[in-house]
Each structure stands twice: as C-alpha cells, then as structure tokens.
Design a protein around this ligand. Structure first.
Ligand code: NAD
Ligand code: UFG
Length: 351
C-alpha cells in the first residue's frame, strides 16, 4: 500500500499557509504545521480542521529553534517541507531590517540545517514577485533580472541565492539525495476559501490593497487612499496581477508533485511564477468590487507610495508547462470570496 505523504508546513497558520493546508488535507496528505503565531492565530488551524474534518499536528514553535525543529523531524516521517514562515511587511522591513534578516534569512538557514540533518531535502519556498524589482517589461518571465528595493525583498533574494547555492553544491558533489527545490514567486494573492471560514487577518491597519478595500467597505476604515494616479497605465493607477489564494495554494501541491518528476531527478532549484498573467489597476479593483458586491468604497487619490512600481504581472507559461498548473478563478471570484470572509468575520479570527 502506498504510504501517505507527510508535509511539514512552516507558517501554516498564516494566510497562504492555512489555505494550502486545506488543499493538502483534501488531497490526502498528512500535515504538520510549525508556526510561532506571531502573525496568526491558532483559530486558523482549528478552522482548517473544521473545513476538512481532518487533524493537523500543530507545533507552536519558532523556526529559529533548531532543537524544536529537530524534535518535530524526529516525531514525524516528513517527506517534504513547504516553507511559508516569514515576516512580510515591506514598510516595517525598512525600519527594522535586522529583525527581517534574522527571522527570514537565519530562520531559513536553521530550517535547512534541520532538514539536512533529518535527510529531508524536498522544499517548496514562498518567494515573491518582489524579486524582479522594477521590471523592464511585462509580462515577467522567470529568467528576467533579479533585484530588490527594500530589506524584505532582499531577504527573498538572499534566500533564493542560498537555495540555489545549496542545490549547486549537491550537484557538484554528486550527492545521492540532492536538494530538490521549487521557488514559487507569488504575485498578489487575494480572496479566501469559499467556506468563508479562513482568510487574511491583518494584525494592524492593512498595507495591502484588498484587505484595505474590504475594511473600508465593512465600515472599519473610513477611506481608501489610492497611491498615485499618474502612473503610465490605462487609468494612471498601479497595475498588479491579483491571484486567488486557493489557486495559489493549489500551485504548491503541483510543485510538490513536480519535485518527484524526471526534471528534478538529479536535484535542482527552479523558480516558477504563480500569477494569472492579467493585470488590473487599483481603480479596476475598486470599480469591480463596487459592481460585484454592490457596496460603495470611499476613496481619495493620494501621492505615490515610495518604492511602488507602475506595473507588475506574470508570464505564467512556465508554471503551466512544467507544473501543469494554471490559475482558474476570475477576479469576481476573488472579490466575492474575499468579501464573504470579511463580512462573516469582521474582526478576523477574533470575530
Ligand atoms: P502570514 O504572515 O499570514 O503567514 C506567515 C506565517 O509565518 C504567520 O503565521 C507567522 O506567524 C509565521 N511566522 C513568521 N515568522 C515565523 C518564525 N520565525 N517561526 C515560525 N513561524 C513564523 O503571511 P502570508 O501572506 O501567508 O505569506 C506567507 C509567505 O508568502 C511569506 O513568506 C511571505 O513573505 C510570502 N509572500 C506573501 C505574499 C502576500 O502578498 N501575502 C506575496 C509574496 C510572498
Ligand atoms: N495600493 C493603494 N492603496 C492602498 C494599498 C495599496 O493604492 O492602501 C496600491 C499600491 O500602490 C499598488 C497596488 O495597490 O499599486 C497593490 O498594492 P499592495 O500593497 O496590495 O501590493 P504590492 O504589489 O505593493 O505588494 C505585494 C506584497 C509584497 C509582494 C508583492 C509581489 O505586499 O510583499 O505584492 O508579490 F512582494
């Protein structure tokens, strides 16, 4: 009988992690989560269990705690790791760079050491479209030049470099069990599981567009500031590639499957864009929200936000070809599902 695979999910109580846990459990994987709950609540894990009628082995643990990670690897026969755990607020990373390098880069190094010691060398890593900096053209392909404009982005670039170096070293040494790594470069995840039970639950005032729009529409915040209407785009506001978080979550299962395919046989570290290939402006998002949900979103035009780029959207062709994955949900699906979560949980997991 085929053994059920066990996946360790770091940061599994977070926004993307919790949605990925649902997909993993529904696909028949055992799931072990390590999360220090810095930016999440245990309630998210409970809700995942409620949706799937299955249990998660949960450890409230920091990935910087090597002994703790060793214990987790000793307690479960882990087949692969999906690594979400990290700090992700761009503005905060500019004010507290040491914290970001320590948590994201050192945290990943500790995790890699624990994985190496346990002989687990399959990894799916949460990277970001931020590693393309300000791209020269769109759509963005995986072979575009990489750069970063803030400490958060630099942590993602550094981790990508570290993972490429680990993989190259194994290939040079002809290691029998080489690193097999998928770098998933997410574009802009929004939306929620269709149940409305799990979703994005920002700790403070949201930095990102969609949670801000939701909180204005629900009456928690008074007005959205649209950061700039003088970009070289169809209506002057910034264009992004918004992707439904469930499509994104499914991409992780496809990446896990790919690690067992021939093109990973000798070990490799490969990047994949997870985006839809469509770009929508801030005003497109606000207008679509108002049309689909039928609620007004009070907004004003404000100055550009420092560090923002005009346009960012993916060429997802490589992920489609190599992973057999493509985003399926429409912008209306993303907005309806996001609203369902917001409306039924106005205070997030504390509702
Ligand atoms: P999130 O903050 O909701 O989830 C991250 C989880 O990691 C949280 O539950 C947090 O408590 C946990 N965590 C952080 N540091 C930890 C540590 N040292 N030890 C253990 N747990 C720790 O964020 P998310 O939106 O789900 O993002 C997941 C990953 O995807 C992050 O690495 C993020 O940088 C990356 N990413 C997110 C986006 C986005 O727009 N949401 C875009 C690109 C990349
Ligand atoms: N925006 C506003 N008002 C707001 C918030 C955002 O007008 O209150 C605009 C931004 O200027 C931008 C667009 O909405 O044009 C999207 O902004 P987000 O903050 O939602 O997303 P970003 O594209 O700036 O960044 C996100 C994550 C990064 C990640 C990047 C690429 O926050 O961590 O996507 O994956 F690197």
């Amino acid at each position: 009988m085929k053994k059920t695979m066990t996946i360790l999910v770091t940061g599994g109580a977070g926004y993307i992690g919790s949605h990925t846990c649902v997909e993993l459990l529904e696909a028949g994987f055992n799931v072990v989560v390590v999360d220090n709950l810095f930016n999440s609540k245990h309630e998210a894990i409970r809700r995942v269990e409620q949706i799937t009628h299955q249990e998660i082995s949960f450890y409230e643990l920091d990935i910087l705690d090597k002994h703790g990670l060793d214990r987790v690897f000793r307690s479960h026969e882990i087949d692969a790791v999906i690594h979400f755990a990290g700090l992700k607020a761009v503005g905060e990373s500019c004010l507290q760079p040491a914290r970001y390098y320590q948590n994201n880069v050192n945290g990943t190094l500790v995790l890699l050491e624990a994985m190496h010691d346990a002989g687990v060398k399959k990894l799916v890593f949460s990277s970001s479209a931020t590693v393309y900096g300000d791209p020269q053209s769109v759509p963005i392909r995986e072979d575009f030049p990489l750069s970063a404009t803030n400490p958060y982005g630099r942590t993602k670039l550094m981790i990508e470099d570290i993972l490429r170096d680990f993989s190259t070293a194994d290939q040079l040494a002809n290691t029998p069990n080489p690193w097999k790594i998928a770098l998933l470069r997410y574009f802009n995840p929004i939306g929620s599981h269709v149940s409305g039970l799990i979703g994005e639950d920002p700790r403070d005032i949201p930095n990102n567009l969609m949670p801000y729009v939701l909180q204005v529409a629900v009456g928690k915040l008074s007005q959205l500031s649209i950061f700039g209407d003088d970009y070289p785009t169809h209506d002057g506001t910034g264009v992004r590639d918004y992707i439904h978080v469930v499509d994104l979550a499914k991409g992780h299962l496809k990446a896990l499957a790919a690690l067992n395919k021939d093109f990973y046989a000798e070990g490799a570290c490969r990047p994949f864009n997870l985006g839809t290939g469509n770009g929508y402006s801030v005003l497109d998002m606000v207008n679509t929200f108002q049309q689909v949900i039928g609620k007004p979103v009070n907004y004003k035009i404000a100055p550009r936000r420092s560090g923002d780029i005009a346009v960012c959207y993916a060429d997802p062709a490589y992920a489609e070809h190599a992973l057999d994955w493509r985003a399926e949900k429409s912008l209306a699906d993303m907005i309806v599902d996001a609203w369902r979560w917001q409306e039924s949980n106005p205070l997030g997991y504390d509702s």
